[in-house]
Design a protein around this ligand. Structure first.
Ligand code: PLP
Length: 376
């Protein structure tokens, strides 16, 4: 099998599996329990929190463990808006956020907040200037993802943070799920940041929200005193502990992995240019890990199924919306044609992919087009 769907999820590192398995057996205590088993879980989890904080240039109290990035985004957006509604009711985001942010924003609109959705340009990103033009004294939150999960466009989050911070009552949140461990993130400039372990060869059901100390949020999952009272539910100590190792390994290997993936990306681009009807829909300066492409001869549905039968995993649109049969929204928002939006597929690479796999992918695509493609 060739796996080119790393934006959707990744394999778990063997080192993570072995540490996690041991922890499941040995560190099963509830970190809030006062007895020895609880204390042991708590000590290890707090040590992991400290190590993670160091790697993210932040303090221990600024790391909130959650169950997934969708939860982190919900806590950042809804939790922040509810806690700060006395300061203002205006929020800015882009029109191409992950569905978790999009739905959190829709919920806030339903309860009376005013949300501005900045349109992405033809490259699939938004500018700091556009944020600046829409800021007002009533703006309390700006939430813009770092890297788009469908096309890989990179938003200028450091510049956006500078714009937001000219307004003392506004905070900046960035969903960094697709950039974490792939390119540098300006942690110091972000008031809140979301990442997810399963996108960097960690566990599913393990994520965090980095929230600076001066930022107030209300919980969206009610419960006890866990995670400073901001996230109810018995903490998943083994998952939270092993997250430190997952992050460390991803950051240590970031440069090497980027180099490898860039080579694969460049090879596929070069080969696609030789195939009549092939188009690269991602911007030239998109993250090399994510490439959105289309072939005039074949719809994404037919291509996806044929690739699957040939043992190659790719996706069309984001996996969270994979059951919609319609066109890719982001391609339409980037001013792509309806045809491109119906024909677009996303290939996303990981640190372990090889050039050999890329060669097989290109060869297989050519064969599929010969067999099922409509004449140009
Ligand atoms: N944000 C982005 C940009 C994503 O790509 C994803 C997953 O596809 C998420 C958030 C949600 O991540 P999780 O599966 O951890 O909820």
């Amino acid at each position: 099998m060739i796996y080119f769907d790393h934006s959707s999820t990744t394999s778990v590192r063997p080192e993570v599996v072995s540490v996690y398995t041991k922890l499941l057996e040995q560190t099963y205590g509830n970190p809030d329990s006062l007895h020895e088993a609880g204390r042991k879980a708590s000590q290890q989890m707090e040590k992991a929190r400290m190590l993670i904080a160091k790697m993210l240039h932040s303090d221990k109290e600024e790391i909130i463990f959650t169950g997934c990035a969708s939860e982190s985004n919900s806590l950042a957006v809804v939790g922040y808006a509810l806690a700060n509604k006395n300061r203002g009711t205006h929020i800015i985001t882009s029109n191409s956020e992950h569905s978790s942010t999009k739905h959190a924003m829709a919920f806030l609109e339903e309860i009376g907040f005013d949300v501005t959705y900045l349109p992405v340009d033809e490259r699939g990103s938004i500018s700091a200037q556009a944020v600046k033009e829409n800021m007002s004294k009533n703006t309390i939150l700006v939430s813009v993802m770092h890297v788009n999960n469908e096309v890989g466009s990179i938003n200028p989050i450091a510049e956006i943070a500078d714009v937001v911070h000219q307004y003392p009552t506004a905070a900046f949140h960035s969903d960094c799920v697709q950039s974490f461990g792939k390119i540098d993130i300006p942690f110091e400039k972000l008031d809140m940041m979301t990442m997810s372990a399963h996108k960097i060869h960690g566990l599913k059901g393990s994520a965090l929200l980095l929230k600076k100390k001066n930022i107030r949020v209300k919980p969206v999952i009610f419960g006890g005193q866990q995670e400073q009272g901001l996230r109810g539910g018995t903490e998943n100590a083994p998952a939270n502990i092993v997250l430190a190792k997952t992050i460390r390994l991803a950051l240590e290997e970031q440069k090497e992995a980027y180099k490898n993936v860039s080579k694969i990306n460049a090879y596929i681009k070069e080969e696609l240019e030789k195939i009549p009807g092939a188009k690269i829909l991602s911007a030239d300066d998109a993250l090399p890990y994510i490439m959105n492409i289309a072939f005039d001869q074949i719809t994404s549905e037919v291509l996806l199924n044929a690739l699957d039968q040939a043992g190659i995993c790719v996706s069309a649109k984001s996996t969270c919306n994979s059951h919609d049969s319609g066109a890719s929204e982001i391609i339409l928002k980037m001013n792509g044609s309806l045809k491109d939006a119906i024909h677009s597929i996303r290939i996303s690479f990981g640190k372990d992919n090889t050039l050999e796999e890329a060669k097989i992918f290109i060869q297989t695509v050519k064969e599929i087009i010969d067999k099922y493609g409509l004449p140009l």
